[in-house]
Design a protein around this ligand. Structure first.
Ligand code: ATP
Ligand code: RIB
Length: 309
């Protein structure tokens, strides 16, 4: 199954702190590491590690971070044919603080991600002939909108992980897609409703339906798992109990794994269970792309937890 991820690539400066600083406060961190990140790169990594054909369309800077990331993608088995190198913008950077409970706060500098054009993305989709296209909102919104129109016309299933959210994005500009998947705060940004229980999940989805047409709406609810709405019924798919180390890339690995498994089986509930299992392993390890399990590691987790997906 070939998935084309058209999205962001960042180098993450990931620093562990007991508690994130308050405004005006300076704190000493416990450790730091530069790790491959970026919502798009994390998702393209998940597809490759889980046995899909992963094609990544992104933009890097002509700098040491860009070169290091490119090498990592190639050694992960990602097809990098559609990765652009910008001569005047640096590789995207994310400053990530991870607290003792595994939660994170992230500030990104877009850099070269801002150079990923609709023309380049559509050319990649035409040439790569993917089974599905996957995007986030960490690249120019126009690129995502134009790509959604192309995918709709060409009958290519499109999956959107709606992060990061910005209330100024006109979701109604998107062509109909297969799955629209925001997390809790992104859902609130787009709808004004925080999905805290079944009733608010349904209300939030109804508000999303007025803006963006999708076959399925999958709300990511952190430790509670996900809520899936198929146009008539809401199903809550719980996640698995694990010791949380670092939640960075939990959402990226969930939506990528869900996309891959949905394309393999056409069963959205099963695909969400699979995505939850992948994300559960991801949150139990440190880092962004590096924390995502391979197919073998996922199989081992499923055996050890004695669960059926
Ligand atoms: P991120 O931006 O950190 O990548 P997100 O905010 O987009 O993630 P979340 O809703 O936090 O997405 O999490 C995505 C998925 O990760 C959840 O649906 C769940 O499967 C898994 N997950 C998140 N937090 C936990 C947790 N504490 N325990 C187990 N699984 C979790
Ligand atoms: O979703 C996690 C990712 O968000 C990080 O890897 C960071 O680079 C930002 O894009």
């Amino acid at each position: 199954m070939k998935i084309l991820t058209v999205s962001s690539a960042n180098m993450d400066l990931s620093m562990r702190v007991k508690l994130a600083p308050e405004k005006g406060q300076t704190l000493t961190g416990d450790s730091y590491k530069y790790v491959p990140g970026g919502k798009g790169a994390n998702s393209a990594t998940a597809v490759a590690k889980l046995g899909g054909k992963s094609v990544f369309c992104a933009a890097l800077g002509n700098d040491s971070n860009g070169k290091a990331l490119m090498q990592i993608y190639e050694s992960t088995g990602i097809d990098t044919s559609y990765i652009l190198t910008s001569d005047n913008l640096p590789t995207g950077l994310a400053a990530v603080t991870v607290e003792d409970d595994g939660s994170n706060r992230i500030v990104i500098f877009s850099g070269a991600n801002a150079a990923l054009s609709a023309e380049h993305a559509i050319a990649a989709a035409k040439e790569a002939k993917p089974d599905a296209v996957f995007c986030h909102f960490e690249i120019p919104y126009k690129t995502v909108v134009e790509l959604s129109k192309y995918c709709h016309e060409a009958n290519i299933p499109m999956f959107i992980d709606a992060g990061p959210a910005d209330s100024t994005l006109e979701l109604s500009e998107l062509a109909p897609i297969t799955v629209f998947s925001p997390n809790e705060t992104e859902t609130e940004t787009f709808t004004g409703v925080m999905p805290v229980d079944d009733e608010s999940c349904v209300l939030a989805v109804k508000k999303l339906m007025e803006k963006v047409k999708a076959e399925y709406y999958v709300l990511k609810l952190g430790a509670r798992g996900v809520a899936v709405y198929d146009g008539s019924k809401l199903s809550i798919i719980p996640t698995y109990p694990v010791k949380v180390v670092d939640t960075t890339s939990a959402g990226d690995s969930f939506t990528a794994a869900m996309t891959l498994e949905y394309m393999r089986t056409k069963d959205i509930i099963h695909a969400c269970r699979y995505g939850n299992a992948v994300a559960s392993v991801t949150v139990s390890r440190a880092g962004a792309g590096e924390s995502i399990p391979t197919k073998d590691e996922l199989d081992e987790f499923i055996r050890a937890m004695k669960i059926t997906i």
